[in-house]
Design a protein around this ligand. Sequence first.
Ligand SMILES: Cc1cc2nc3c(=O)[nH]c(=O)nc-3n(C[C@H](O)[C@H](O)[C@H](O)COP(=O)(O)O)c2cc1C
Length: 396
Amino acid sequence: MDLESRPPRQSHLHSPVTIRGVTLKNRIMVSPMCMYGAGIDGLATEFHIVHLGRFALGGAGLVMVEATAVEERGRISNGDLGLWSDEQIEPLARVARSISSLGGVAAIQLAHAGRKAAISAPWNGMSPLTAEDAMRGDAPWPVIGPTATPAGSGWQTPRQLTIAEIPGVIQRWADATRRAMDAGFDVVELHAAHGYLIHSFLSPISNTRTDEYGGSWQNRLRFPLELVDAVRRSMPDEKALMYRTSSVDGVEGGLSIDDTVRLAEALVEHGVDVVDTSSGGVTAERSLDTRVRRGFAFHAGFSREIKQRTRALTATVGLVIDAEQAEALVREGFADIIAVGREMLNDPNWAHHTQRVLEGANYDAWRQESGWWLDKREAVIDRLLAKGETPLSLFD
Ligand SMILES: Cc1cc2nc3c(=O)[nH]c(=O)nc-3n(C[C@H](O)[C@H](O)[C@H](O)COP(=O)(O)O)c2cc1C
């Protein structure tokens, strides 16, 4: 039976969801992915407009801009986007307009890399910047953290933030949120995973402070919650707030899923809508023994646990590459939103393609500029295949 004659079905993956005043047309989110392509000034470029707009054109409900630094010293690399100054608003507003004009909801991940700042791009080693990197214009800068302990051997020793400095750092997140709102984003995600600043305050592995921001669970939770409060106050009520966690540290004595469940419940109390479940990164040591095994949908179990044990909506991410797999994750209650990273780089039309697979849909959801032609082309291809012709018939 060809796609035309199949009755349309409504899939779980392509059902809408409303979070506060924000409605996603489907459950598919483009996961934040650093492109290391901004200038030293952290400005979004034509590349970001096309790159991110293309995912909206491909049918994704939620398109998340990569980790965007709330202050200059919080950049992961010299190529990070930033929202630490008003000049950075308009270039990102163009990105947001590109996404929303093409049917997606525009989201931005705000970030501060903390003690894991100042590294090189993946193709230059993804490691702490050195004097040699500085020679080719990629210079390091001093980094900060909850404690003066480096993320790993060969990494910069961060300067420990004083208590007096903490409100100023939190204010930067609030200011960046206000700028994200001015730029037209409907969703903000706090990057609180992968060993970056927020995560490094929560984890006992990276936070060994002895003041009110370290030690007990309540003390380690203080920085994340004060920050969430400040961000929530900087957004209108109808905009949605997401929080990316490292659900487990994967290190002896580190955060466990039970900790993250406790965290998620507290986050909901403080106005977070969606907990986006990633893992790892608290130290820079890459231990294959302790990190979460990279199977298909490798964070889905964490997402399900948080969904079952708290009031949070959840997103899962990690090797979701297939329509039926994504559909089952939503249908079986593993997650409300499916974040897709590298598969989107492989196929920016992934969302559209999954709808065809799951719902037997034609090209109606596509922009007619391409959908009209693909519809006609499909009828021709179907006819040829029915007659036994293949693309290789010419060579028989
Ligand atoms: C090029 C690249 C850049 C990434 N940058 C970010 C980022 O800015 N923020 C973040 O939270 N995760 C980042 N990640 C992790 C992805 O969002 C995602 O969690 C991970 O790639 C696993 O999902 P996937 O298997 O669908 O790619 C990045 C991953 C890649 C491949």
